[in-house]
Design a protein around this ligand. Structure first.
Ligand code: HEC
Length: 141
């Protein structure tokens, strides 16, 4: 079962790479506002933060997995073994029986609203002071 899903993921990704325009053009059909509740109820926030920023970043659309709904759905369904033999901290498997497609697509739309916008290095006065200090020490040598 998992092997089948993984091989369809590989087939999908290979065809995706050969037609990048087609794939990125796929529309977002889920409802972002409705996705907020299931994002929390299904525990996504625990590993991905309240806004997709943290240990495993999913904000800013940078992930290939987040490129469109189809890849995202395949990814959710093709997660780790259902009963890992050891304590496991990887991303859980989300079968359709526990997270329906429609709900997953709402979560997808919600995640796509996440933006990670850290302050620019130039506006961080402490960082600038550290850099100036390091530069003056370097010049003094
Ligand atoms: C127990 C922790 C955990 C939970 C809960 C979890 N994830 Fe993840 N997730 C991970 C880890 C670890 C990775 C990266 C490695 C991997 O693929 O397993 C990941 C990767 C991802 C990625 C791909 C990011 C990339 O780098 O391409 C997406 C998208 C994602 N998760 C969405 C979700 C969604 C949506 C939920 C809730 C339905 C969720 N995750 C729940 C741990 C978790």
């Amino acid at each position: 079962m998992i092997k089948n899903l993984l091989s369809s993921l590989v087939v999908y990704l290979v065809s995706a790479l050969s037609s990048p325009v087609l794939i990125t053009a796929e529309p977002i059909t889920g409802n972002a506002a409705n996705g907020k509740e299931p994002y929390f109820n299904h525990g996504c926030y625990a590993c991905h933060g309240y806004r997709g920023i943290g240990k495993h970043n999913i904000a800013n659309d940078v992930s290939g997995i987040m490129m469109n709904e189809s890849v995202f759905l395949i990814f959710l369904r093709a997660r780790s073994e259902l009963n890992p033999p050891l304590p496991f901290q990887g991303m859980p498997h989300y079968p359709e029986s526990s997270l329906a497609d429609a709900e997953a697509l709402d979560i997808y739309a919600y995640i796509r609203t996440f933006k990670d916008s850290p302050p620019l290095a130039e506006s961080n006065t402490t960082l600038q002071a550290i850099i100036r200090s390091a530069q003056s020490q370097h010049q003094a040598q």
